[in-house]
Design a protein. Structure first.
Lengths: 159, 159, 159, 159
C-alpha cells in the first residue's frame, strides 16, 4: 500500500521536546550572574538560555554581532546602561545585530529573563577591543564542564 | 574625519524594542482561548504571541507547516492530546515542522504560554482537510480588526 | 590536559557538505518543469532546489506562506505574470511571505534557477482555493519516490 | 466593504526584489579577491554576496561564528586547505557554525561563487587570535565607501 504524504511526514519529522527547566542547573557566568541552558542549536549557531542576575550584578558591556536577540522578562527588573527603558515582568525586548549595551540590575529583586540568541556576544573593554566572546559552543562547553565538575547528568539540549 | 566601522554600525543598525506586554490586549481566538501579539516579522513570516487558554478550552487539531515552533510556559498546565508530556510553568517546548497536535487545558488554572512561531498553522478536520490557516498576516489582521472595533491604539509590533 | 574551546568546537561542530549537483537527478514537477533537490532542512522546514523549466512551461499560480524565498538565476529567462521584471542569468530575486505569482518561461532557452525556500508553497485555483501544497516533506517524498522508481541511490540531502 | 485576508496580505506584504547583479560593482577584498554585494539583511545580520577569486588568490584562514554558510559555485574551481573536496561549477557547499578554513584557488580559471552568510567571519592569525572580522555592517560599509570613492550610485541592497 502506498505511503501518503501525511504518513511520510509523521515518520520522517524530528521529535518534539518538552523540557522541564527546573531540572537544569544554574551555571555561574559572572560573580552575580548565572545562565541556565535551554537549547543549543549547533546547525544554526543559535542558543536559548535563562539568565539570572542578583541585584548589584551586571553583564559587562558587549556587542551582539551576526544575529538578533529576543528576551522575555520573567521576574525582577533590569535595564541597559545605554538605554532609557526598564524591563520588568512581561517586558519583551528585541535587540538588533550590532547592538552594544551593559546589562544592570539595580532593584532589590533577582531578575530572571529568557534570552533567545543568534550570532555571537562579544565582550568589549573601554577601547572597544574584544576581550572574549560567547557563542553556542562556549555556552555548551560551560554547561558540559559544570556538569562534569558537579557530577550532574547533562540533558539532551542539542536540538 | 573618517567614519569608523563602530560609528557606521551604530548609525545604520535597527532600533531595539522594549515592549510592555501589559499594554497589549488579549484578542479572542476561540471560545476559551486568547492571543496577545508580541511581534509580527513580515520579512520572514515569523510571529510571536502569548496564548491564554481557560480550563476546558483547547486549540483545535492543527499542523505546523514550513517552520518550527518554540514555547515557554509562564502559568498553568497544558498538553497535547497526541503526546505524553504535560507542560507546566518553566516547561520549554520545541515543535518540529510537520507536527500535528491538539492543545488542551485540563487543569483548574488558566494557562499562559509564550509561543515563537515560524511557518503556518493549518487547522485540520477529521479527514485531515485544512479548514483554515493562521500565518503572520492573519494574526496581524485579527489584531488590527480588534483594535479598530474596540477603539484601541495599535502598538508598533511589525519589526 | 584540559580541552580548549577551539578543540571542543572542532569536535562538536557538524560536518560540512560539498555536493556535486551534477550527481542528483532532475525530478519531474509538471509537464515542462523539473526540480533537483539540494538540501532538505527538516529542523526548520526550509529546502533548497534547482528549478528547470522548458520554454512554454510554467509553475502554476501559488502563494508563499510562512517564509521568504531567495532565487539566483543560472540560465535562461523567466518572469512572474504578476510582475514587470524579467529574470535572466545573474538576476537575484527576493520574494516576501504572502507573495502570490505565476512563473512563466516565454523565451527560447530552458531556464535553470537556484531557489532557497522557507515556509510552504500553496497552489491556488481561480477562486484562490488551495489545490495542494509543497513543503520540505513533500519535496523529500517526491525525491525518495523518484529514486525508488528509477533505482537511483538517494544522496544524503537531509542536513 | 470588509477587507479579506488576501486583500490585507497583498496590501501589507513587503515588496519583492529582482536585482540584476551585472549592475553592481566588484569590490576589492584582498589582492586577488573581490565581492559583489547582493543583500544586506540588517534585521538578522545575514548577508549575501558573490565572491570572485583569481587563480593564486585566497581568502585567509577564518572562522564562521554564530551562523551557517551556504555556497553555490558558478564558475571555476576552489577548495579549502583544510578539506579534501574541490568545488567546481554546480557544487553546493554547507559550512556549519564554528568551521575554520582557508579558501584557495589553484586552477587557471577565476572562480565565482554565491555565498549566503549568517553570523560573523573572523580572520585568524597563526595563533588563532582574531585579526579582524566581517559582518553585515562591515560589508555594507565597504560597499558604501567604494561607491563614494568611485562615484557609483548605491543600489537598495538593504532588505
Amino acid at each position: 500500500m502506498e505511503q501518503t504524504l501525511d504518513q511520510f511526514t509523521e515518520l520522517i519529522q524530528l521529535n518534539d521536546r518538552a523540557i522541564d527547566l527546573n531540572e537544569i542547573p544554574w551555571i555561574p557566568q559572572t560573580e552575580r550572574a548565572w545562565f541556565k541552558p535551554v537549547r543549543f542549536d549547533i546547525a544554526t549557531g543559535r542558543w536559548i538560555n535563562l539568565l539570572k542576575v542578583k541585584p548589584g550584578g551586571q553583564v559587562n558591556r558587549h556587542r551582539h554581532t551576526g544575529g538578533q536577540v529576543l528576551a522575555y522578562t520573567i521576574q525582577g527588573e533590569w535595564r541597559y546602561l545605554e538605554r532609557e527603558w526598564v524591563a520588568k515582568p512581561g517586558t519583551f525586548v528585541y535587540e538588533p545585530p550590532g547592538d552594544i549595551h551593559t546589562l544592570v540590575v539595580d532593584g532589590v529583586e533577582e531578575m530572571i529573563t529568557l534570552f533567545i540568541l543568534e550570532g555571537t556576544v562579544q565582550y568589549l573593554d573601554d577601547e572597544d577591543k574584544i576581550t572574549y566572546q560567547d557563542d553556542v559552543f562556549r555556552k555548551l562547553k560551560l554547561y558540559q564542564d559544570y556538569c562534569k565538575e558537579n557530577n550532574i547528568e547533562m540533558k539532551e539540549l542539542i536540538y
